[in-house]
Design a binder for this molecule. Structure first.
Ligand code: TYD
Length: 141
């Protein structure tokens, strides 16, 4: 599936780009990036057929960019699922809390850049899909 806009499951983030003798791709907190960044990490060198993610966060909000290569990002709110394919460094996806997500079809050369609005905390993860559905039901906001 190609990039989808205005979805309830996710929104895309488009960097500011400046084309000169190269391509400058810019993210500013409060402009393109809707949260203050507390953690940045990369994922690369993934083995073939690897599926990463397979979890949801209770509160952490993240943004994912694919700087090189390609990846399919599956997003699931417990009711519906969508897959967005990331193929360029200038368009990323906002992964809100309470969204189950999986990274699939990660190309061998893929370099993912992740931003998070809080520090790492294993207690913020829901790693079991059944627990995710239970969490969505009991934690009504
Ligand atoms: P995980 O978030 O499950 O990876 P992915 O979603 O890419 O499949 O993290 C993998 C391991 O790394 C897990 O043991 C937790 C640890 N980890 C940290 O210690 N700090 C971090 O910021 C992240 C993202 C993971």
């Amino acid at each position: 599936m190609s990039m989808k806009f205005n979805s309830k499951l996710f929104s895309t983030i488009t960097t500011q780009t400046i084309h000169d003798d190269g391509i400058l791709s810019i993210l500013e907190v409060g402009k393109q990036l809707p949260f203050a960044v507390k953690r940045v990490y990369t994922i690369d060198n993934c083995i073939p057929n690897l599926v990463r993610g397979r979890h949801a966060h209770k509160e952490t909000c993240q943004a994912m960019f694919c700087l090189r290569g390609s990846v399919d990002l599956l997003l699931d709110n417990g009711v519906k699922k969508e897959i967005v394919r990331l193929i360029a460094p200038n368009i990323g996806v906002l992964i809100k809390p309470r969204i189950w997500h999986e990274m699939k079809n990660i190309s061998r050369d893929a370099l993912l850049l992740m931003f998070a609005d809080r520090h790492y905390n294993e207690n913020d993860y829901i790693r079991n899909y059944k627990d995710f559905l239970v969490f969505l039901k009991k934690d009504v906001r």
